[in-house]
Write a protein that binds this ligand. Sequence first.
Ligand SMILES: NC(=O)c1ccc[n+]([C@@H]2O[C@H](COP(=O)([O-])OP(=O)(O)OC[C@H]3O[C@@H](n4cnc5c(N)ncnc54)[C@H](O)[C@@H]3O)[C@@H](O)[C@H]2O)c1
Length: 350
Amino acid sequence: MSKNKIRFGVIGPGGAGRSRVMRLVQSTPSVEVVAAADTNDACITQLEASLGYGVEHLTARSGYKKLIDQLDVDAVGVFSPHTLHYEHAKYALEAGKHVLIEKPMVCGVGNALETARIAAEKDLVYLIHYQRHFAAKYYTVRQLIKRGTIGEVKSFFVYMAQDWSGRAWRGDPRYSGGGQLNDSGSHYQDILLWMTDLLPKSAEGSADYYYQGEKKRVPINGSFNVELSNGAAGRLIILGDYIHGFHEDIRIMGDKGTLFYQGEKLMLVKPGKPAVEIPLSVPKNYPECPADNFGRLLTGRTKNNYVPPIFGARVALLTDTILEAAATGKKIDCAKLLKKSGYDMSVLST
Ligand SMILES: NC(=O)c1ccc[n+]([C@@H]2O[C@H](COP(=O)([O-])OP(=O)(O)OC[C@H]3O[C@@H](n4cnc5c(N)ncnc54)[C@H](O)[C@@H]3O)[C@@H](O)[C@H]2O)c1
């Protein structure tokens, strides 16, 4: 894109949206926010306060269509509640707009793949806000696994707990798309698949709807045995019924060693040897965050999209699988589930 100014539209400038937009305009000053679509006008006013200038306000439920069709935007940010991502992203991509989208990219693996296909056909930037792809803590593990430091991945333990009560739309089944399993849980499904570079094969487990003894309308907690495409099997635990704060524990075991974190330190244990700390790093000039990566792509400062839609589609399949496993009490085969949307697993390989 060789224009001096990039005209940007915001769909859903709530807490995350405002923060992503500010990172985008700070890292790519040629981005000019021209309009925002939000059913709550106060959120657009708050966005203007952060930006220090005014934008066009679109507050109708269909406001995003006017933003995309009539305001000559080059790119949009989709930061709306989860189940709305599909209609917002699809409409923007079909109209030829580049899209920065919050996680989970799009609910439902069939919908996720459809939006990925449109972006590819139209040669558009479509980038997911999985910020862990830019953090040395996680990036280093992906590189070590790629280099064969722990050999073939055999097992894993991915655990996250957060005080998550499902407030506002997050607790409403119409917008949440799977409660905490699909909210912060989306990050940890992504971390598992992205760090190991494997596809999900099956999942079995359960979820419950309890937060501090009160039954909610969306899943709050889940524990699953997950199999990956190379036969590795391990545990994915996502909790919302946690007291005050956020906690994670990620361990990846290979046939030549195990990687795990001790606080913010990354540790490697090789068979018969003591654990050693591994320095964390990202390459020089690596983008700082998804918004920075998006801005660099739009201005031709990089050709690399570090969170392309294939990762969103892989996560969507795992999310669909664990939700189905929890709902039915059965072991769910990912390939069979994907087939219901008309795809086979090869579509999820890079
Ligand atoms: N990457 C992260 O770590 C992270 C952190 C927080 C939130 N998020 C993601 O950001 C997104 C938004 O979450 P949030 O915490 O900012 O929620 P939020 O409620 O603060 O923001 C959502 C915004 O969407 C607006 N909205 C609702 N219905 C709409 C509609 N029909 N059309 C247009 N706008 C509509 C709301 O008024 C609100 O301004 C979600 O996808 C969430 O998962 C990601």
